[in-house]
Design a protein around this ligand. Structure first.
Ligand SMILES: Cc1cc2nc3c(=O)[nH]c(=O)nc-3n(C[C@H](O)[C@H](O)[C@H](O)COP(=O)(O)OP(=O)(O)OC[C@H]3O[C@@H](n4cnc5c(N)ncnc54)[C@H](O)[C@@H]3O)c2cc1C
Length: 326
């Protein structure tokens, strides 16, 4: 038996694990882009994920952990190794403390909290993806991000289960300690919410969802914003002076502003386009490839750099590229 076959058999023998060979990752990303994974593994419980990860780590093949694929650019060549996804999705609460498994949908957690009259996540309605990735990338919208509510995060450090307080997670704008330690896999999160009338929270969420759906239609193959916004205080004065007051929000200068100045709206490479109504929104209009997507992203970065001297930084994460930290 080949070593690879042995690995497949070991993985498939773990209860609550499913293994697919050659799974097209374009079916696992919202961009609809990405070649095959040598092995694609889903694990629906902590012991199952832990066992699958142990096998992946000792197999000598590369591995990468993904969530719901809403913030990923996966190479056209796919991933020559094992792609793992943790799908446990239990959500529970004890009063204002809500606990969610990392594989739960963020929207399910938002709805769960709203229904129980717990304030804290309602402005995150409509952000697609899993709870684990939301913690990993400190997801947020409308002036709030998930770190404001995090009490503790349980994670697998590769070998053992550990737990961090919010301050140990070192949350910053769309950043956390987990982004610097890709081998740390989030298992669950505990959040502290505030009691509030459910109807009021639902109204806030519904109003936000209407605006979001107009910007990101449900069938749009995209990753939300491609680039992070820029922290105003970190920009050189010469750049700050060029930014109109009206575009500044929560101390940040939107990347979209700089992109718009360099003519990004409507640009395209193959089937990949920049929205003509939003310069920081790139989507696959049909038949787009990772090659097109990366070429367009680099062209935009070059244009912004040569006009403003700024390095835009991707919010989106790469899988299957040699330059990526996967
Ligand atoms: C239409 C649209 C709108 C969006 N709007 C917003 C927005 O308003 N605000 C915002 O913040 N984001 C937004 N996003 C981006 C995206 O929703 C978030 O980044 C989301 O948290 C990604 O979740 P995911 O499960 O799809 O993760 P994936 O895209 O699958 O993975 C993203 C990263 O998370 C890591 N990861 C996944 N699970 C774990 C885990 N358990 N432990 C450790 N690391 C893990 C992966 O390794 C990868 O690096 C938007 C995306 C889309 C498509």
């Amino acid at each position: 038996m080949t070593a690879r076959k042995e690995i497949v058999l070991q993985l498939a023998s773990i209860p609550n694990v499913s293994v697919s060979e050659g799974m097209l990752l374009s079916e696992r990303t919202r961009f609809g882009i990405g070649g095959p994974a040598d092995l694609y593994v889903e694990a629906a419980s902590e012991p199952a994920f832990s066992a699958a990860l142990r096998i992946a780590r000792s197999s000598g093949a590369g591995y990468s952990v993904i969530g719901a694929g809403t913030n990923l650019i996966i190479s056209d060549a796919g991933f020559d190794g094992i792609v793992l996804r943790f799908t446990a999705d239990k959500i529970s609460n004890d009063g204002a403390i809500v606990c969610a498994a990392a594989g739960a949908e963020l929207q399910a957690l938002v709805d769960y909290s709203i229904e129980r009259g717990l304030r804290g996540l309602e402005t995150m309605t409509g952000i697609p993806g899993s709870v684990g990735a939301a913690v990993y990338g400190n997801a947020g919208a409308y002036g709030h991000s998930i770190d404001e509510r995090v009490e503790r995060v349980r994670f697998l450090d590769g070998n053992t289960v550990r737990s961090f307080t919010a301050s140990e997670c070192q949350f910053r704008y769309r950043e956390s300690n987990f982004k610097e330690h890709k081998e740390w896999i989030i298992l669950s999160v505990e959040l502290r919410m505030t009691p509030a009338p459910a109807a009021e929270l639902r109204q806030t969420a519904d109003d936000i969802l209407k605006v979001r759906l107009a910007k990101y239609p449900a069938d749009m193959k995209c990753a939300g914003s491609i680039f992070k916004n820029l922290i105003l205080a970190e920009l050189p004065e010469s750049v700050r002076l060029q930014i109109p007051e009206r575009v500044i929000r929560d101390g940040k200068a939107p990347s979209a502003y700089f992109l718009e100045q360099v003519g990004a709206k409507g640009m395209h490479r193959g089937g990949v386009r920049v929205a003509d109504y939003h310069a920081n929104l790139i989507y696959n209009a049909g038949g787009g490839s990772a090659r097109d997507l990366c070429a367009l992203i680099s062209e935009l970065k070059v244009r912004v750099h040569s006009r403003f001297g700024l390095e835009l930084e991707e919010e989106v994460q790469y899988v299957g590229f040699s330059r990526a930290a996967d």
